[in-house]
Design a protein around this ligand. Structure first.
Ligand SMILES: C[S@@+](CC[C@H](N)C(=O)[O-])C[C@H]1O[C@@H](n2cnc3c(N)ncnc32)[C@H](O)[C@@H]1O
Length: 229
C-alpha cells in the first residue's frame, strides 16, 4: 500500500497492491466519523476514507481532476449539503481557518447537518432554499468557492443566481451536474453540452468537465470560474 499527498490541501491518495485507489482527508475532528467511513493512521495523522460513491468531489478526484482550486483558508458556499457527507471532507480540506456555509432545505437532512456543525467549527448550517439567496444573504459574506449538488431541473439557474450574489470575481464554482434531473428525453451527453453552452454564454469559463459515471450515474463534475473581462 502506498500513500501520497494529493496536490489539494489536506487530501491524500492511496494505492493498494491490487491497483485499487482511494482518496482520504486529514480528519479535522480526530476519532469522529461522519457516515461510517473508515479511519486510519498514517505517520501520526488520522485520515478518513472519502467514498467516491457517496461524494461527487471524491469521484472527481479519482476521475482525474487537475484544476480543483485550493480550499485552505477559503470561504465556501455549499448548496445542497444534505447531512454533510461531502461538506465534512471539504471542512477537512480547508482546516480551521476556512469556513463552509452549508445550505440545505430538507429539514430531515438539516437535523443531522446541524449536529455535525456543532462538532466541526468551520461549518455553518443554513436551513434554506438555495433559490432564495436573499433569505440567507444576511448571514453570508463573499465566497471564494461555490459548490453545488442539488439535483434539480433548474440547477444551472440556481448556480447562476448564487454566483451573482456571492462569488468573488476571482472565485471558482464546482457543479455536480445531474443530467437526468434536467432532461431525460435527450441523451445525457447532449444535456451536458447544453449546460456547458449555458455556462459559457452566461460569462463563465469552464475550466474542466469530468465524466464521473464510474462512481455516480448520470453525473458530470464541472469546474468553472467567472471569465476575465
Ligand atoms: C444529492 S444530495 C447532496 C449530497 C451532498 N452534496 C453530499 O455529497 O454529501 C442533494 C441535496 O440537495 C438538497 N436540495 C435540493 N434542492 C435544494 C434547494 N433548492 N435548496 C437547498 N437544498 C436543496 C436536497 O434536499 C438534498 O439533500
Amino acid at each position: 500500500m502506498k500513500i501520497d499527498r494529493y496536490y489539494l490541501d489536506n487530501a491524500f491518495l492511496m494505492e493498494r497492491e491490487d491497483g485499487a485507489r482511494y482518496v482520504l482527508t486529514k480528519n479535522l475532528v480526530p476519532g469522529a466519523t461522519v457516515y461510517g467511513e473508515q479511519l486510519i493512521n498514517y505517520e501520526g495523522i488520522e485520515l478518513r476514507y472519502w467514498n467516491p460513491y457517496r461524494s461527487k468531489l471524491s469521484a472527481a478526484i479519482l476521475s482525474g481532476a487537475e484544476h480543483l482550486p485550493s480550499f485552505r483558508s477559503k470561504r465556501l458556499l455549499y448548496l445542497g449539503a444534505a447531512s454533510g457527507t461531502t461538506a465534512s471532507h471539504v471542512s477537512d480540506l480547508m482546516d480551521l481557518d476556512g469556513l463552509v456555509y452549508c445550505v440545505e432545505f430538507s429539514t430531515r437532512n438539516a437535523r443531522n447537518l446541524v449536529k455535525l456543525c456543532e462538532l466541526r467549527v468551520n461549518m455553518i448550517p443554513i436551513v434554506s432554499d438555495a433559490r432564495q439567496p436573499h433569505v440567507y444573504g444576511a448571514f453570508m459574506e463573499p465566497v471564494d468557492i461555490i459548490y453545488q449538488d442539488v439535483s434539480q431541473p433548474d440547477q444551472v439557474e440556481i448556480l447562476k443566481t448564487n454566483i451573482e450574489w456571492f462569488l468573488k470575481k476571482s472565485g471558482y464554482f464546482l457543479l455536480a451536474l445531474k443530467t437526468q434531473s434536467i432532461d431525460t428525453t435527450i441523451p445525457p451527453e447532449m444535456v451536458h453540452q447544453k449546460v456547458l453552452g449555458q455556462l459559457e454564454s452566461s460569462g463563465y469559463q469552464v475550466v474542466e468537465s469530468l465524466n464521473i459515471h464510474q462512481y455516480q450515474a448520470h453525473h458530470w463534475f464541472i469546474i468553472g470560474k467567472i471569465r476575465d473581462e
